[in-house]
Design a protein around this ligand. Structure first.
Ligand code: ADP
Length: 730
C-alpha cells in the first residue's frame, strides 16, 4: 500500500515528531531491558542465596556428622552413656539437615539426586550405628569400621560442596556479566538519549524558525492576497477588459460593466440570472465551448481563444476569452473577455492598406526589390508589364553591380556605392541593361535603408520603374529644348548684335585693308591709278559683302530662305584664301588648297557660304596660333561626295578637338576663347543646313581638327564625281 504523498511529506516536514518517536522507542526498549535485568538479577540473587544456604547446610551437616562420629567413637571407647545423650540431638539434626538440603536443591536434578542419596545414606548409616551401639558388646573393631563408614557420607558431602561451589562461581560470573551489561546499557541509553535530546533541540529550534518564517510568509501572503485582490478589484472596476464570474455549466453570476457593455446587456439582465453562455454564444461556437468546458473541468484553466458573442441586439462581437476555475473541484471560475472589434478592424484596415499599397506598387512600379546588409538581392518581384524582365530568382544573392548593366559609368557607380555604404536613401538611380535585340532598356531605381529595432542596418527595400520610353522621350525633349534655347538666345537683341558684329567684322576689315592699299597706291610717285581702281573695286565688293552678311543674318533670323545664286565654289574659296593671306603669313602657317577642277556649279547664297569658309579658316588660324610646337599646316579641299554633292574639307594641325566636344562646338555660345562668342560654328552649320547640306567636325591625323560640309547639287548638275587634284593656293 502506498503512503499518500501529503502524509509522507508531513513526516519529513516534521522531523521533531520522528525524534520524539525514536526517543519513546528508546525509553520503551530501555524499560524493557531494565525489567529483564531486574528479573535476571533476582534470579541470580536467588540462585546465589540458595547455593549459599546449600553450602551452609552441607557445612552444618559435615559438623554434625563429625560430632556424631566423635560421640560414637567416645562411647565405643569408653562405653560412657553420657556420650549417647548428645548423640540423640545430633542424630535428629543430621536428619533435619539432610531433608532441608533435599528441599534446597530440588531445582538442580544432579544435586537433588545426590541429596536424596545422601539422605538415604545418612539414614542407613545412623540406623546401622544405632544397631552397633545397641550391641556394644560386639567387637570394638567392627564398630570402628562402622564409624569409618561415615567417611562415605563425608565424601558425598564434599562432592555436593564442590558442585555447589562450582555453581556459586558460575553464578558470580553471570552476576558480573549482568552488571557489566547493565553498565553498558545505561551508558548507551545515556548517549542515545543525550544525542536524541541534542537532535530534538536542534530540530525544535529549526522548527521554531520554520514556524516563524511560515508565520511571516503567511502574513506576507495575506498581504499579497489583499494587494492582489485590490488589483483585481481595480481591474474589474477599471473596465478595461470584461470580467465575468461563472458556473462551469455556463451561468454567469457576476460581470463588470465592460463585459455588459460588450454584449449590450444591463445589470438587471444579470440580476435576473438570465445571462448564460449558451445564450451569448452563436450556434457554431457551441462545440468549441464544450471543449473549453471539458478543459476547465480537467485542468482548471482554459487557454485564451477567439470566439464570438451575440449581443442583445443580435449583432455579433469578436472576443478573446480565457478563464480559470477558482479552486480544484469547485464549480465556479472567472473569465477574462477582450473585445477584439477594434483590433479586427485594425487588422482589416491593415490588410486593405497592404492591398491598396500592392495595387499601387503594381501599377506605379515595375520592380519591387529587397537587399541584405551586403547589398545582395534577397527578394525581387517584377510586374507582368515589364518586358524583358530577368528570369525570376536569377539575380538573388548578387549585388546590383554584379548584374550586367551597361550604364551608368564607373564613376556614377562609385558614387552610388558610397551612398549605399553610408546607408542613405536614394532616388531615381538610372541603369541600363541590354535587351535581347541589343537595344538599351532603362530602369530607374529608388531605395530606402532598413534598420531593425536595435538600429542595426539590415539592407535596402525599394522599387524600380521601367523608363526606356521616358528616356527616349526625354532625349527628344532635351534636343527640342536645346533647339528652343538656341532660338530664344539668338533672338535676343544683344546677342543678335554680337553675332552681326562678328559676321560683319570680316568684310569691314577687308574694306579697311583695301582702302589702305588704295591710299598707298595714290601716295606713290607717280600714283598707280590702276591699282587704286582695283582696290576701290574690291572695297565696293567688300561693302556689298557686308551688306549681304547683314541681309543674310536677317534672312536667317526671319527664317527667310537664302538667296539663290549659281556660282563656282572653288572661286568663292580662293577669294577667302586671298582675304586671309596676311593673317596666315603672320602666324607662320603653310596653307595648301586642293580644289577639284570642273566642279559643278553650286546653287545658293554665295555670301553665306563664303562666311562659312572664312569662319573655318579663321578658327584654324586661331587654333594653330596658340601652339608653339610642330608645323602649322592648313589644307583646304574640295571634291565630290559619295551622295553626289560637293564636299569641302578644312583641316589644320592645331590642338584639335576633345572627342566629347566634337558636337558641342556647333552649339550656340560654346567657346573656349576668352573673347569668343561661340556663335560662329552654330551659324555656319545652320547656314549649310539651310542650303540642304550637312556640316560636321572630326579629328585630324596625326593631330588637329577637320571641319567638313557638303552641299547638294543643282538638280540638272548630275555629272559623275571627278578625281580631286592638288591645286596649290595662289
Ligand atoms: P568662337 O570663335 O567665338 O569661339 P566658334 O563657334 O567659331 O566660336 O567656335 C567654337 C569653339 O570651337 C571655339 O571656341 C574652339 O574651342 C572650337 N574650335 C573651333 N574651330 C577649332 C579648330 N580648328 N581647332 C580647335 N578648336 C576649334
Amino acid at each position: 500500500m502506498s503512503v499518500p504523498l501529503s502524509q509522507s511529506s508531513r513526516w519529513f516536514a516534521r522531523p521533531l515528531t520522528l525524534v520524539v518517536a525514536v526517543l519513546l522507542a528508546v525509553v520503551a526498549a530501555t524499560g524493557f531491558l531494565a525489567i529483564q535485568y531486574r528479573q535476571e538479577r533476582q534470579a541470580a540473587d536467588l540462585l546465589f542465596e540458595r547455593s549459599r544456604q546449600v553450602l551452609e547446610t552441607l557445612d552444618r551437616l559435615r559438623t554434625v556428622i563429625a560430632d556424631v562420629e566423635a560421640q560414637r567413637r567416645g562411647y565405643l571407647l569408653t562405653l560412657d552413656p553420657s556420650y549417647l545423650k548428645a548423640y540423640g540431638v545430633s542424630d535428629e539434626s543430621v536428619r533435619r539437615d539432610a531433608q532441608a538440603l533435599q528441599a534446597l536443591v530440588a531445582s538442580d536434578p544432579l544435586q537433588n539426586h545426590r541429596a536424596g542419596h545422601l539422605a538415604l545414606t545418612v539414614t542407613a548409616k545412623l540406623r546401622e550405628i544405632d544397631d552397633i551401639v545397641k550391641t556394644a558388646s560386639t567387637s570394638g573393631l567392627a564398630a570402628l569400621a562402622m564409624i569409618r563408614s561415615l567417611d562415605e557420607i563425608r565424601s558425598q558431602i564434599d562432592q555436593m560442596v564442590d558442585h555447589e561451589r562450582f555453581l556459586l562461581v558460575d553464578h558470580e560470573k553471570r552476576a558480573e556479566a549482568l552488571e557489566r551489561r547493565k553498565a553498558w546499557l545505561i551508558a548507551a541509553a545515556v548517549v542515545i538519549v543525550a544525542t536524541l535530546a541534542g537532535v530534538a533541540l536542534a530540530l525544535a529550534r529549526l522548527e521554531a524558525r520554520r514556524r516563524r518564517k511560515a508565520t511571516e510568509e503567511n502574513v506576507r501572503l495575506q498581504n499579497d492576497v489583499a494587494e492582489r485582490e485590490k488589483k483585481i478589484r481595480r481591474l474589474v472596476d477599471a473596465n478595461i477588459i470584461g470580467i465575468i464570474i461563472w458556473e462551469v455549466d455556463g451561468r454567469i453570476l457576476e460581470a463588470n460593466d465592460a463585459f455588459l457593455r460588450m454584449v449590450g446587456y444591463d445589470r438587471e439582465d444579470l440580476a435576473s440570472g438570465r445571462l448564460h453562455r449558451a445564450m451569448l454564444t452563436p450556434p457554431e461556437w457551441h462545440e468549441r465551448d464544450a471543449r473549453t468546458e471539458a478543459e476547465l473541468r480537467r485542468s482548471g484553466t482554459a487557454q485564451p481563444f477567439e470566439k464570438e458573442y451575440v449581443r442583445k441586439d443580435g449583432s455579433r462581437v469578436p472576443v478573446l476569452i480565457g478563464g480559470a476555475m477558482f479552486e480544484e473541484g469547485a464549480n465556479q471560475g472567472v473569465g477574462f473577455v477582450l473585445d477584439l472589434s477594434e483590433r479586427k478592424r485594425a487588422v482589416e484596415a491593415l490588410r486593405q492598406s497592404e492591398e491598396r499599397f500592392r495595387t499601387l506598387v503594381q501599377f506605379s512600379f515595375d520592380v519591387y526589390w529587397e537587399t541584405d546588409a551586403q547589398h545582395r538581392f534577397i527578394h525581387q518581384e517584377f510586374a507582368d508589364s515589364l518586358a524583358d524582365a530577368p528570369a525570376s530568382g536569377s539575380e538573388i544573392g548578387k549585388t546590383r553591380w554584379e548584374v550586367p548593366y551597361v550604364e551608368p559609368d564607373e564613376e556614377t557607380w562609385r558614387k552610388h556605392r558610397e551612398t549605399l555604404d553610408a546607408h542613405l536613401p536614394f532616388r531615381d538611380f538610372e541603369l541600363a541593361r541590354l535587351a535581347p535585340d541589343g537595344s538599351k532598356r532603362y530602369v530607374s531605381v529608388s531605395g530606402l535603408p532598413v534598420f531593425d529595432d536595435t538600429g542595426r542596418f539590415v539592407g535596402y527595400r525599394g522599387v524600380g520603374r521601367h523608363i526606356t520610353e521616358r528616356r527616349l522621350a526625354e532625349e527628344a525633349l532635351r534636343a527640342m529644348q536645346a533647339e528652343l534655347a538656341h532660338v530664344n538666345r539668338v533672338t535676343t537683341m544683344g546677342q543678335l548684335t554680337a553675332s552681326i558684329a562678328h559676321e560683319v567684322n570680316q568684310p569691314i576689315a577687308a574694306t579697311v585693308t583695301n582702302a589702305q592699299a588704295a591710299l598707298r597706291w595714290l601716295r606713290a610717285q607717280p600714283p598707280n591709278l590702276g591699282e587704286v581702281r582695283d582696290s576701290l573695286g574690291r572695297i565696293v565688293e567688300d561693302g556689298q559683302r557686308a551688306g549681304n552678311v547683314i541681309g543674310g543674318i536677317r534672312a536667317l533670323i526671319n527664317k527667310l530662305p537664302p538667296r539663290k545664286d549659281r556660282f563656282d565654289l572653288n572661286e568663292a574659296i580662293v577669294e577667302m584664301v586671298v582675304l586671309t593671306r596676311s593673317e596666315v603669313v603672320k602666324h607662320g602657317i603653310s596653307l595648301q588648297t586642293e580644289l577639284a577642277p570642273g566642279l559643278p556649279m553650286v546653287e545658293g547664297d554665295r555670301t553665306q557660304l563664303q562666311q562659312v569658309i572664312l569662319n573655318l579658316i579663321l578658327n584654324a588660324i586661331e587654333a594653330m596660333g596658340g601652339i608653339d610646337w610642330g608645323r602649322r599646316e592648313l589644307r583646304i579641299n574640295t571634291g565630290r561626295e559619295a551622295g553626289g554633292g560637293v564636299l569641302v574639307t578644312v583641316r589644320d594641325s592645331g590642338p584639335g578637338l576633345d572627342p566629347a566636344d566634337v558636337e558641342h562646338v556647333f552649339k550656340a555660345f560654346y567657346t573656349t576663347k576668352p573673347k569668343g562668342m561661340g556663335m560662329g560654328l552654330a551659324i555656319c552649320r545652320s547656314m549649310v543646313e539651310a542650303h540642304g547640306g550637312r556640316m560636321w567636325a572630326s579629328a585630324n591625323e596625326p593631330r588637329g581638327a577637320v571641319f567638313q560640309f557638303t552641299l547638294p547639287l543643282e538638280r540638272d548638275e548630275s555629272i559623275p564625281a571627278q578625281h580631286v587634284r592638288p591645286n596649290p593656293a595662289a
